[in-house]
Structures are given as structure tokens and as C-alpha cells.
Write a protein that binds this ligand. Structure first.
Ligand SMILES: C[S@@+](CC[C@H](N)C(=O)[O-])C[C@H]1O[C@@H](n2cnc3c(N)ncnc32)[C@H](O)[C@@H]1O
Length: 199
């Protein structure tokens, strides 16, 4: 099974990776770590069924904007169904390796629970870079550290079993190779968080 088929299958199930109650505090802490996003234009590649999308909408407020995309049609359908029509939300089907985003349009790109699944991580980072405003940030985040996440993936379907989350040092190297400067890097049991700006 291909990875995209696996995620379509997950999307069709009862639990398309929505947050558990214990995730809520972790997600609030994550948003607080990024800072004050009011009025920001945020892009969320690999949004899945959109559990973070709702938090992002609250976080940017009525003057902000969220662009959420995913390469799984099933996930996009779930995300649209969950959020309905919103004036400041766009949800669309795209692959992060080939997505077209207006240059210098984004305050924040948040790669949340998606980075391990990119076949070519550098290609994605290079693709997304021109979309950031000069003051923009890119955040790579998961609710587990890299070691724990890789252990979890090892127990999943063959389609994602080998999807690898680099440690914070490896992620830093990838970002630096692609023209970013890392400001913050945390790789703990219950949080992976790397924040970068344009170098
Ligand atoms: C583990 S799920 C997480 C989804 C969501 N971020 C969340 O936290 O629930 C990973 C998502 O990334 C998407 N994905 C994987 N590779 C992608 C790519 N190259 N471009 C866009 N989305 C991708 C999958 O379809 C899936 O919905």
C-alpha cells in the first residue's frame, strides 16, 4: 500500500488522528511557544483531518488567515467537513514537494506531525522557503520526541513504518542546508519543536 492510500484509509476510519484529551494541553503549550500569532497568515502542510487547524484559526483570530493542505483526498474531505466554510480558511489538496504558494506571503509555516512522512525532506524545505515573508518562521513539531515517534512508527503499517523523524540535530542540519537559521530546538519525550527563520 502506498503512503497516500494508507492516509486515505485512516481518514475513512473512526479516528482520523484527532487529538486525545491529553493532547490539548500539549497543543496549547506548543502554540504559546510559537508566540502571538494574531493577524498572521499561516500555512499548515499535511493538515490531515485538521485537529491543529482549529487551534490555528483561534490563534490567528479574525484578522488572520489559515491555509491548510494535504496530499490525501480523504484527509482533505475530513478537514473540510470538520471546519465548514470559514472566511479565513482555505483547505486544499496538494503535495508539499510540488505545492505552489505565493512568494513572501506567509508569517508561519507549521509542519505538525507530518515531517517524517516526506520522502524528500530537503525538497519540501526548499519548496516552502520562498513562501515565507522575510520576517516569517518555519516550525517543525510533533507531540513526541524523535526517538519515541520512530518507535511508534515501527509498529505501524508497512506504508509508514520506515517514515523517519530526524533528531533535532539532524533536523537542524537539514534546515541549514536549505537556507534556514534555527532559533530553537527541543527534542524531549513529549515534544519535538524546531523553529527556524530565513538565514
Ligand atoms: C500523521 S498525519 C498528521 C495530520 C495532521 N497534521 C495531524 O496532526 O493530525 C500526516 C499527514 O501528512 C500528509 N502528508 C504526507 N505526505 C505529504 C505530502 N508530501 N504533502 C502533503 N501532505 C502530506 C498525510 O496525508 C497525512 O494526512
Amino acid at each position: 500500500m502506498k503512503r497516500s492510500e494508507f492516509f486515505d484509509q485512516v481518514a475513512a476510519g473512526d479516528d482520523p488522528l484527532l487529538f486525545l484529551p491529553e493532547h490539548q494541553a500539549q497543543v496549547q503549550a506548543l502554540m504559546a511557544r510559537i508566540g502571538d500569532g494574531r493577524g498572521w497568515h499561516v500555512c499548515e502542510p499535511g493538515c490531515g483531518a485538521g485537529p491543529l487547524t482549529e487551534h490555528l484559526l483561534q490563534w490567528v483570530g479574525p484578522t488572520g488567515w489559515v491555509d491548510a493542505f494535504d496530499s490525501s483526498p480523504g484527509m482533505i474531505a475530513r478537514c473540510r467537513a470538520a471546519h465548514g466554510e470559514r472566511a479565513n480558511l482555505r483547505v486544499w489538496l496538494a503535495d508539499a514537494e510540488s505545492v505552489e504558494i505565493e512568494p513572501e506571503s506567509l508569517d508561519l509555516i507549521v509542519l505538525f506531525r507530518v515531517f517524517p512522512h516526506f520522502d524528500n525532506k530537503e525538497a519540501v524545505l526548499r519548496r516552502l522557503r520562498p513562501a515565507l515573508k522575510p520576517s516569517g518562521k518555519l516550525v517543525i513539531a510533533n507531540l513526541e520526541g524523535s526517538r519515541r515517534l520512530n518507535e511508534l512508527h515501527a509498529g505501524f503499517s508497512e506504508a509508514v513504518r520506515h517514515d523517519h523523524m530526524p533528531c533535532s540535530y539532524g533536523t537542524r542540519c537539514l534546515l541549514e542546508n536549505c537556507g534556514y537559521k534555527v532559533l530553537d530546538a527541543v527534542d524531549e519525550e513529549r515534544l519535538f519543536f524546531v523553529e527556524a527563520v530565513l538565514a
